[in-house]
Ligand binder design. Structure first.
Ligand code: NAI
Length: 284
């Protein structure tokens, strides 16, 4: 197996990209994060600062400042040229991601570099085939909040080499201390293929007037020992991301259980995206 991954790149510094940058820097890696504008970079940087300050206050890290020193948030993809591993965490939009992977393929020069995606639902093959190195493209799917949840799904496409999978596994397990499960390259992978239809069913239940949001969530928390109910979970994931993941699953399997309910579509149209905008099924 070739050299260990040292230099990490992340594209997107939203909910997930910031989390991935944080856990990588906490593990000692030098991290470059690319955002799409100066304003988004500033927001991403402050997201990182707040999360690291919380980790320091809870005694989980010695010094937020030391970890922050390992992270640069920039707006130019060229900053990723020499990275060993680039993890894409931009919006869940297939054309945005394929366009980005084609650009990354041209920019990331190291011949052994791995191009990974944190996509929740877009088949990895679609990203691999727009590059000249599909053997080095893999899904590395973290869970939200990244600093807290231990799981990472590893998703090689039919063209991903076993060496790429082994290097990605060593990075997430040995370096980051996460736990990996393997999934075939199907929309939704393992966890979202099971979780998203469950969340969509809860939205349909609310939409039909069957029960209130509070009672649906309390039902699952108190009766099934879930840490939070499905509607609170949708607010945490982001309703735009939930809708995008449902659409990818529906596109792949054509099963009604994956179809986004009208209430979800209307809430996204209205900009009620959950915690990140202050209002979704609940107000924050
Ligand atoms: P988000 O909306 O919080 O962040 C996306 C970020 O990407 C934004 O800051 C945006 O400015 C930036 N961005 C968009 N296009 C860009 C480009 N071309 N170059 C650089 N930056 C760009 O979204 P979130 O929730 O972080 O999701 C990101 C990815 O992670 C999606 O593929 C999503 O499916 C996946 N994911 C999301 C989870 C969740 O719970 N929200 C869980 C696991 C995976």
């Amino acid at each position: 197996m070739s050299a260990e991954i040292q230099l990490v790149g992340v594209v997107g510094c939203g909910l997930m990209g910031a989390g991935i940058a944080e856990v990588s820097a906490r593990a000692g890696h030098d991290v470059v994060v690319v955002e799409s504008s100066d304003a988004a970079a500033a927001a991403g940087r402050s997201r990182l600062e707040q999360s690291l300050a919380r980790a320091e206050a809870k005694g989980k890290i010695d010094s937020a400042a030391t970890v922050l020193e390992r992270i640069r948030v920039v707006t130019d993809l060229e900053g990723l040229a020499e990275r060993d591993l680039v993890i894409e965490a931009i919006v869940e939009d297939e054309s945005a991601k394929t366009e980005l992977f084609a650009r990354l393929d041209a920019i990331v020069t190291s011949p052994e570099a791995i191009l990974a995606s944190n996509t929740s639902s877009i088949p990895i093959m679609k990203l691999g085939v727009v590059t000249a190195r599909p053997t080095q493209v893999i899904g590395v799917h973290f869970f939200n909040p990244v600093p807290v949840l231990p799981l990472v799904e590893l998703v090689p496409s039919l063209l991903t080499s076993s060496e790429t999978t082994a290097r990605a596994r060593a990075f997430v397990e040995t370096s980051l201390g996460k736990q990996a499960i393997d999934s075939q390259d199907r929309a939704g992978f393992v966890v979202n293929a099971l979780l998203v239809p469950f969340v969509l069913s809860a939205i349909r239940m609310l939409e039909s007037g069957f029960a209130t949001a509070e009672d649906i969530d309390r039902g699952l928390v108190l009766g099934a020992a879930h840490p939070q109910g499905p509607l609170a979970l949708a607010d945490l994931i982001g309703l735009d991301t939930t809708k995008a993941v449902a659409e990818s699953l529906y596109e792949e399997f054509k099963e009604p259980l994956y179809a986004a309910p009208p209430l979800l579509n209307r809430m996204v149209d209205a900009g009620l995206l959950g915690r990140k905008t202050g209002r979704g099924f609940y107000t924050y």
